[in-house]
Write a protein that binds this ligand. Structure first.
Ligand code: PGA
Length: 253
């Protein structure tokens, strides 16, 4: 049985005071959604503060980093390692978010190094994949997503390594207010699960959670979560309001 995961990606938002208030604000909803995993991904500066709330709060709460570098230590100014994320209380880390790829120019192969580094330190990587609007219009969605999966999971040894989470986030739906329809999301989630089955076998494909992300709101979360291959949501903007994110956490319950 795959867990349902509701993840909040706070991006470049939240002072320490704001982060603490936001994390405390979702505790009642997380407690009500005891069967779901609720993952908070604050900026690095707030990880330690939010970690304390996660530990004291509901047992289904998890903490994640938004990015990592694959070297463990050294002269890499401005970077953060898997070990430092674990040290702050993280269990998860986003890899290859579309803003990393398209604002900061991260390459497909970098996500492979990052997934390996996360796994090596005991973090669960959440590999984000998704096509741009021009690629969708050109009928290249499957090709783009499969290329990103192949690069990101090239070093994954299921069985020996811990599991991974995939997040399908069409670039045209992120922060635009334009959500993929449930049918569009489900269609690409099926592509992802089939690719996982072909590469790693049906059992691994069956147990790997695939989240949808891109303008998820409290008004559309329930219908997304009902779809057979949508195992959770990765929420940006709507995760910054405790009341709205709380409704997403409990959507459809
Ligand atoms: P959004 O962002 O919900 O604001 O569209 C999603 C994401 O980037 O993970």
């Amino acid at each position: 049985m795959r867990p349902t995961i509701i993840a909040g990606n706070w991006k470049l938002h939240c002072t320490l005071v704001e982060a603490e208030a936001l994390a405390r604000g979702v505790l009642p909803a997380a407690a009500r959604a005891a069967g779901r995993q609720v993952l908070l991904c604050p900026p690095f500066t707030a990880l330690d503060r939010v970690a304390r709330i996660v530990v004291e709060g509901a047992p289904n709460l998890r903490l994640g980093g938004q990015n990592l570098y694959w070297e463990e230590r050294g002269a890499f100014t401005g970077e953060i390692s898997a070990g430092l994320l674990v040290d702050c209380g993280c269990s998860h880390v986003l890899v290859g978010h579309s803003e990393r790829r398209h604002v900061f120019g991260e390459l497909d192969e970098e996500s492979g190094h990052k997934v390996a580094a996360a796994l090596g330190s005991g973090l669960t990587p959440m590999l984000c994949v998704g096509e741009k609007i021009a690629q969708r219009r050109a009928g290249e969605t499957q090709e783009v997503v499969e290329r990103q999966l192949a690069a990101g999971l090239g070093n994954w040894r299921p069985g020996a390594d811990r599991g991974v989470v995939i997040a399908y986030e069409p670039v045209w739906a992120i922060g635009t207010g334009e959500t993929a329809t449930v049918a569009q999301a489900q269609e690409t989630h099926t592509v992802i699960r089939s690719w996982l089955a072909g590469r790693f076998g049906g059992a691994i494909a069956d147990e790997t959670p695939i989240l949808y992300g891109g303008s998820v709101k409290d008004t559309n979360a329930a219908e997304l979560l009902i779809a057979a291959d949508i195992d959770g949501v990765l929420v940006g903007g709507a995760s910054l309001d405790a009341a709205v994110f709380s409704r997403i956490i409990t959507a459809g319950l």
